[in-house]
Every structure is written in C-alpha cells, then in structure tokens.
Design a protein around this ligand. Structure first.
Ligand code: GAR
Length: 199
C-alpha cells in the first residue's frame, strides 16, 4: 500500500560493468529485482564469451558489448549510458581502466569491488586467482574485500568499505576465493544501496 500524501521518489538506474563469470552481477540483479528505488538497467561487458552476458540475458537486462577502440575514444559509451538513464556505475570484475571521459561524466558515481585489502594486492593484472595467490604467498594473516570510488588508476580511489577475513592454515587460492566471494555477494549490493539512498 502506498503511504498517504504525495512524495517524490527518485528512481536510480545502475549499469554493471563486468568481464567475467558474473557472480557479483547476478547478486546485484537479484538484490534490486523488486527494489522500490534502484533498478539494474544495463550490463556492460568487453568479452563476447563472458558468462555475465548469459546472466543478464536470463534476467532480461539489456547488454552492451564494448570494443576497445570505441571504449577508449571519447565520448566512450557515455551517450549509450545517458540514453538508458544510467545514473550510477558499478564495476564487478571489469578489467579495463575506466577512461577519463566516463569518470568525468559520472563523477563520484562509479564504484569498484576488489578481492583484497587495498592498497595492497591491487593494480593492473591483479585479478581473481592472481590476487589470492599473492596474498597467501605473502604470509599475511588476513585478506578481505575493498569497495571504493573509482578514479583514473586501477583499484584506486576513496574507500567506502573494507571487510577482512582470516587466512587459515592450509588456505588455498580456491578456498580463499570462495570466502571472498561470499563477502562480496553480501556486502556489494548493500553498499550500492547505501551509496544511493544514504540513511
Ligand atoms: C570479483 O572477485 C571482484 O572482486 C574482482 O573480480 C571478481 C569478479 O567475479 N575484481 C577485481 O579483481 C578488480 N581488480 P565475478 O565475475 O564472479 O563477479
């Protein structure tokens, strides 16, 4: 039932940028499926074979496959995003650097998730198993996730949330990846929600 009286409700439309399997994208789509104020309006991908494209298709979310040359040439995909009413961008395993024209158009409205405690174990090439292998090799007692605003450097920008988990005896990149994914799946949709509807 609607509350009495008149009120203004701003609907936010997300674009999720992803290059891989898309488990975080799936959780984001599911979390906002019937949300009163936030919807997933587009999945942007740079790999024609990526599993995330099937996830989007099954959920009925439009997709945009981007090519290197157009993505890195202004205006990048800014026009397509605006046409679809996108007002917030979420990176969920997107492996290209975000070009300056997109960062300017979506200033403080692009966030990323990284499977380690930045500023450590981030940067170009630090993705998936490579991150977990480096963490385990270092002997660090813990790892975790970082959710942060995006700037013009890889895995860099103001931190929004970090959550840690212990590295246990006999930990492997695979067991650590499972733990990290669990944290990501829980926290990422909730952080997106808080960024868009601060309490
Ligand atoms: C996630 O673990 C995310 O943290 C990582 O890509 C994975 C995508 O998994 N991102 C980075 O490493 C960014 N540097 P998914 O395709 O199953 O969502």
């Amino acid at each position: 039932m609607s509350p009495p009286g008149s009120y203004i409700c701003t609907m936010h439309t997300l674009a999720v940028f992803a290059s891989g399997a898309g488990s975080n994208t799936q959780k984001i789509i599911d979390y906002f499926k019937d949300h009163h104020q936030i919807r997933t309006g587009l999945v942007v991908c740079n790999k024609p074979q990526a599993g995330v494209l099937q996830i989007a298709e099954q959920a009925g979310i439009p997709t945009l496959l981007v090519q290197k040359e157009t993505f890195f040439t202004p205006p990048s995909c800014v026009d397509e995003l605006r046409e679809r009413g996108i007002d917030f961008i979420v990176l969920a395993g997107f492996l290209w650097k975000i070009p300056p024209v997109l960062i300017e158009a979506y200033s403080h409205r692009i966030i990323n998730i990284h499977p380690a405690l930045l500023p450590h174990y981030g940067g170009k090439g630090m993705y998936g198993a490579a991150v977990h292998e480096a963490v385990i090799k270092s002997g660090d007692p813990e790892s975790g996730i970082t959710i942060h605003y995006v700037d013009d450097q890889y895995d860099h920008g103001e931190t929004i949330l970090q959550v840690s988990c212990p590295i246990e005896e006999g930990e492997t990149p695979e067991t650590l990846a499972t733990k990290i994914h669990q944290l990501e799946h829980y926290y990422y949709p909730r952080v997106i929600e808080e960024c868009l509807e601060p309490v």
